[in-house]
Design a protein around this ligand. Structure first.
Ligand code: LMR
Length: 400
């Protein structure tokens, strides 16, 4: 049956993990996939999450199927967390929401919804560059993507002129994918003033904003601040779509917890949209996972756990900010690198787009056993006080 099936390439991000595991060198470093690590390089389970698990265990709950759209108390809390509890679309009961399989699963439902309900040939504009999986998610859902200019390699910052020009030239009614905060892979976000300019073009061109918010709280340590762009758009009355993930900010990676939501014009429209989301989800995976939803619901809704979580979230964000400073300082002060490394501390969120070329990335792997994606992105979460100097020295060696 399968003799014509050819070997496919490894995933550009998750494949890095596989190569890392095979390496037996004692100084090997993994700064590939975006997953938080503590200062010993170990995965972290938050105390708020552990406490939520204890509460759930004590309740002795059953393991029945969730409804197609998931746990109601989770969904309600998730939209309050993203849009703000006093936001008009929540108060007016016009957000269609479904719990879904973290960021990717939410995006996939959004892509399927676009494919089914938007005019044939509608394109999704994605930033150049964007998270590699965005392109696969949309193409597997048979939705065409187009790039808009985003990152400027000359400044290691945002190409706002190119971005606005490209969105202005998009056909009216196109979809525009926006990273709500902590852009992946570049770590470059628009300023508040630039968001206002983007909003203006989106309005003028009647574009449909599809927000991907996978790092709320991870960019600044403050989830409200990180929701700025999303809330700016919804406060301006725009009907957005949102893919939301709790993988990073709650450390619930393998629990696959997120949500997909659509802001509608009226509660009646919301009911119709939600009925169609259910029809899409049922043949895809029937219903979402129960355990992580219970955990996330408790962390969001229990005032004490919520307070504890916000402190822990800030601590995770702060550790990454400190590691950015440490890495830059080793490069500039210890190794006297003459390159401009200011982008390491200027960029935000989990990732730093180092500017290293694929050839330099290969040297890092072959000579120093440092593993990152070939686009030069490092997950700063993989940097710690024990390996920062080694990483900095390696960066210096390959850029001399
Ligand atoms: C990443 O970009 O490393 C994360 O979003 C994890 C993933 O699934 O790619």
């Amino acid at each position: 049956f399968w003799q014509n099936v050819k070997m496919g390439p490894a995933d550009p991000i998750l494949g890095v993990n596989e190569a890392f595991k095979k390496d037996t060198h004692d100084k090997k470093v993994l700064v590939g996939v975006g997953a938080f690590r503590d200062d010993n390089g170990k995965p972290l389970v938050l105390t708020a999450v552990r406490k939520a698990e204890e509460l759930i265990l004590k309740q002795n709950l059953d393991k029945e199927y969730l409804p197609i759209i998931g746990l109601d108390s989770f969904n309600k809390a998730a939209i309050r967390f993203a849009y703000g509890s006093q936001s008009a679309p929540i108060l007016e009961n016009r957000i269609a929401i479904t719990q879904s399989l973290s960021g990717t699963g939410s995006l996939r439902i959004g892509a399927a919804f676009i494919e089914r309900f938007m005019p044939k040939g509608t394109k999704v504009y994605v930033p150049k560059p964007t998270w590699g999986n965005h392109l696969s998610v949309f193409s597997d859902a048979r939705v065409e993507t187009c790039e808009y200019r985003y990152f400027d390699p000359k400044t290691n910052g945002l190409n706002i002129v190119g971005l606005l020009e490209d969105l202005n030239n998009a056909p009216n009614g196109s979809v525009v994918l926006l990273h709500g905060c902590a852009h992946n892979p570049t770590g470059v976000d628009p300023t508040q003033d630039q968001w206002a300019q983007i909003l203006q073009v989106v309005k003028n061109k009647n574009l449909l904003p599809f927000f991907d918010v996978a790092y709320q709280g991870f960019a600044s340590g403050d989830p409200v601040r990180d929701a700025y762009s999303l809330r700016l758009f919804t406060d301006a009355g725009l009907q957005v779509m949102l893919a939301q993930s709790f993988a990073k900010n709650m450390g619930l990676y393998g629990e696959r917890i997120g949500s997909f939501s659509i802001v509608c014009a009226t509660p009646e429209e919301k009911d119709c949209v939600l009925s169609q989301i259910k029809i899409l989800v049922r043949p895809l995976y029937s219903s979402p996972p129960l355990n992580g939803a219970r955990i996330a619901e408790k962390v969001l809704n229990d005032p004490e756990l919520n307070k504890l979580w916000l402190v822990e979230l800030k601590a995770m964000a702060d550790r990454i900010i400190n590691m950015r400073q440490l890495l830059r300082s080793y490069l500039e002060n210890d190794f006297k690198s003459t390159h401009d490394w200011s982008h390491i501390t200027n960029q935000i969120g989990m990732f730093c787009f180092t500017g290293l070329s694929p050839a330099q990335v290969d040297r890092l792997k072959d000579e120093f056993h440092i593993y990152l994606t070939r686009n030069g992105r490092i997950s700063v979460a993989g940097v710690n006080t024990k390996n920062a100097k080694y990483i900095a020295e390696a960066f210096h060696q390959v850029t001399k």
